[in-house]
Design a protein around this ligand. Structure first.
Ligand SMILES: Cc1ncc(COP(=O)(O)O)c(C=O)c1O
Length: 465
């Protein structure tokens, strides 16, 4: 065995102790460290012929790079929709690497069963019918992609074609509609060969990002009355849009399915967590009409990257798309194994951090995080309403505050310059957006540690800058 490997194996306890110190040193400073940082391009170094061993490389990493990482797990990182990692989730994630399971097959490990158990917890957490089949993927983008791949298989079936066998060219006219879909769904259409142009936008309600259901019904009646347009239709509905956390009316959309045929996919990447709170659960009413659902774990569940769930009522269609036939992998029709249902063959045991955190904090714990984050968003919005410098672009429904400068014709350049200044100040981090044509700032509050005092610091920074 390579000498360095032998040394490291013999020093494993020391290496792990020092790693724990580096990690806990970082984790105890999450409240102080600047959330985002400006980083210049690094100059690449040459690959060493002779390795330096785990302890030395750990020290090198700590000295050269660690202080330049984003403090995105901290309480005032409000960019994108970013969760941190609860203590229990972190324990789970560390152990995933220590045990290094391949959570695909069921012949040698309990890992896939823990994944099924975790999916069962999630169905209870989100109020999903027991009939849904669920699995873990690496993020909401891939969950949307898997969902739309199953939808594409359904679309083929509507016209007597097995797309998984015949190829996507056999269903060239699949139509996709949405009101305010996340960009990852369009990316998925490109990956799946359905094409970005297959997307038709339906109008939203006035001053909203939610679909105008009457207009959608009008679209459906015209679409179905046109004999040329008998093409299968997929609706991508939203349970929590990125800018304003708006929700499509899933009950009304579900009712339309009694009259018209279409696949209903719901992107509930973070909005799905409305279901954990009595205050917000009405927003998720009707979710069980969905054929497929996307919910992220690395956002509001606060588990480390990368983890999301994909749910579907059409397990057989999923099997048709993702089955991985090989003698050594068993008969797909009989096997429950995940490599017949998900894009990957070998898979990280990414259910474990979710299982740990759900066991550790339960539904009550998540209700508290979601409600506290939403209260923090309201606290910030209330201040913006009284400010002369900023203006809210939308009421705050849950955990995202979308605002801009209180002046005419704000440019994206001005927003970017300001956000860079805010980042370099080091107290808070936001990302830019465009809301109905207006360049804007988004604060998405989804970290388990964010509290009222963090919003006070945020307001102080915004006031000073
Ligand atoms: C509604 C929605 N869908 C999908 C995504 C993509 O998620 P991921 O970055 O996990 O792929 C996001 C990310 O912010 C989102 O907010």
């Amino acid at each position: 065995m390579n000498k360095q490997l032998v040394t490291d194996y013999n020093n494993l306890n020391e290496i792990l102790d020092e790693t724990r110190k580096v990690a806990s040193n970082h984790l105890t400073k999450l409240h102080e460290l600047p959330p985002g940082r400006f980083i210049e391009d690094i100059k690449f170094k040459n690959l060493p012929d002779k390795g330096i061993g785990a302890l030395q490389v750990l020290r090198y990493f700590k000295k050269e790079y660690a202080s330049q990482l984003a403090n995105s797990a901290g309480p005032r990182y409000f960019g994108f929709v970013t969760g941190g990692s609860t203590p229990a989730a972190l324990v789970g994630d560390w152990l995933v690497s220590a045990y290094d399971q391949n959570a695909c097959g069921s012949n040698d490990s309990i890992a896939p069963q823990i994944e099924r158990q975790t999916i069962h917890f999630f169905k209870q957490l989100f109020g999903l019918d027991d009939e849904y089949f669920g699995s873990f993927v690496s993020g909401a983008t891939i969950s949307n992609m898997v969902s739309l791949a199953i939808a594409r298989q359904w679309a083929g079936e509507q016209i007597g074609i097995d797309v998984s066998e015949e190829g996507v060219s056999s269903v060239s006219n699949v139509q996709v509609v949405s009101a305010t879909n996340h960009s990852s769904t369009v990316k998925s259409l490109a990956v799946l060969g359905i094409g970005r142009k297959a997307m038709i936008k339906i109008d939203t309600l006035p001053d909203r990002e939610a679909i105008d259901v009457d207009k959608f019904e009008k679209f459906l009646s015209e679409y179905h009355s046109d004999p040329i347009n008998v093409n299968p239709l997929i609706l991508i509905a939203n349970a929590g849009t990125v800018n304003t956390v708006d929700f499509d009316d899933l009950i009304a959309i579900g009712k339309l399915r009694e009259k018209y045929k279409f696949w209903l996919h719901v992107d509930a990447a973070f909005g799905g967590f409305a279901a954990v709170s009595k205050k917000y659960e009405h927003l998720m009413s009707g979710i069980n009409h969905a054929d497929s659902i996307t919910i992220d774990a690395h956002k509001w569940l606060n588990v480390p990257y990368d983890a999301a769930m994909q749910f579907t009522r059409h397990k057989k269609l999923q099997l048709k798309v993702f089955q991985n036939s090989a003698a050594y992998l068993g008969d797909p029709d009989k096997s429950p194994d995940f490599f017949h249902y998900t894009p990957e063959n070998s898979r990280r045991f990414r259910a474990l951090p979710s299982w740990m955190t759900l066991m550790a904090y339960g539904k009550e714990g998540y209700q508290e995080i979601v409600e506290r984050n939403c209260d923090c968003a309201k606290q910030l919005a209330n201040w913006i309403e009284t400010s002369t410098k900023f203006v809210l672009l939308s009421p705050v429904r849950m955990n995202v505050v979308c605002f801009t400068f209180n002046e005419p014709h704000v440019s994206m350049g001005k927003i970017q310059t300001y956000l860079a200044k805010v980042r370099d100040d080091g107290r808070v981090f936001f990302t830019q957006t465009m809301y109905k044509g207006t360049p804007a700032i988004r604060a998405a509050i989804s970290n388990w540690q964010t509290e009222t005092k963090d919003i006070a610091i945020t307001i102080e920074a915004l006031t000073e800058l």
